[in-house]
Design a protein around this ligand. Sequence first.
Ligand SMILES: Cc1ncc(COP(=O)(O)O)c(C=O)c1O
Length: 373
Amino acid sequence: MTMNIDYLAAPGVRGLKPYQPGKPIGELARELGLKQIIKLASNENRLGPSPKALDAIRAGLSEIALYPDGSGFELKAALAAKLGVEARQITLGNGSNDVIEQSAKVFLSPSHTAVFSAHAFLVYPIATQAVGAKAEVAPAHDGSRGPRYGHDLNALAERITGQTRIVFIANPNNPTGTYLKRDELGRFIAALPTHVIAVVDEAYFEYVEAEDYPDAMEWLPQFPNLIVTRTFSKAYGLAGLRIGYAVSSTEIADLLNRVRQPFNVNALALLAAAAALTDDAHLVHSLRLNRQGLNQLGSAFAERDLPFIPSVANFLAVDLGRPAASVYEALLRQGVIVRPLAGYGLPNHLRVTVGSAEENRQFLGALDRVLAL
Ligand SMILES: Cc1ncc(COP(=O)(O)O)c(C=O)c1O
């Protein structure tokens, strides 16, 4: 018997389109029977995690019959020491996605709006709509007053009303790789009305080497309405374990904790993240490979007259000058998974994650073959 259940869902959920992740390698292997596949589709770290994190996971395996420490005491202590904040200001998440959703649950309801930019990370509209709130999307820069496709802070400010409770800002943004400078973002947050929470999503923080890129955590003592989110999924190479965190005033941390699932972060993730924080050399190595990979891909795109959005993160969005969906599909048949960006309002762009030098070469070879078809 079939039955229409859809109408029973909460109104926000009824209209939701699920987040489309990068295609998993196993799925492509099943679909096309390919053996050699490279995935440059989800901004993971090609170098993988620190060996210290892997050791910590092995050592922790015997404990997995027990629930994890729901308060994440050890990891919060390590993060607090590293970041120069109090442990009470930290909220751990099952990926930073989790703390982004917690923020939406705490501050948004059907009478509220969340403001964010066009081409911003797609979890913001999902988190907003899932709690029945309304999304206000500000146009991105057109290139005349800021980096094309980047967040336009004036446009964001214009959409803030008495109903707004959250402004989501990805710095740098995914999938554009654009970033906001210290002065402009600092001024923007300082000028926010006190009823608006700024969620500054720094998922790619560790990768950014630009001198004028801000560490939003430095502003926490001034702004009780600021949440900064970071993750171990990207530069720390722990995407598969799902662990991220928010840092905020203790008042906000207390609110986030009220909606946090008990034991939301698993035991191995807690151990691996704490160990990863002790391995600066691995992080430095990751950043060096990323810089080289960005240069390799950027010069190759330039040689091919393919415009790309300058990126400070670990991926590049390249403009193919024509609908990218068919190129994406043809690349899949070549065993290369990248990310089409039509869902982000960029139908002619593909986003490619920086891989190893060899993977970047393979991707470029496959792209040449596909574009020559
Ligand atoms: C801008 C941004 N924020 C947050 C996330 C969430 O990552 P995670 O939940 O793995 O921490 C991502 C992942 O792609 C991202 O690109």
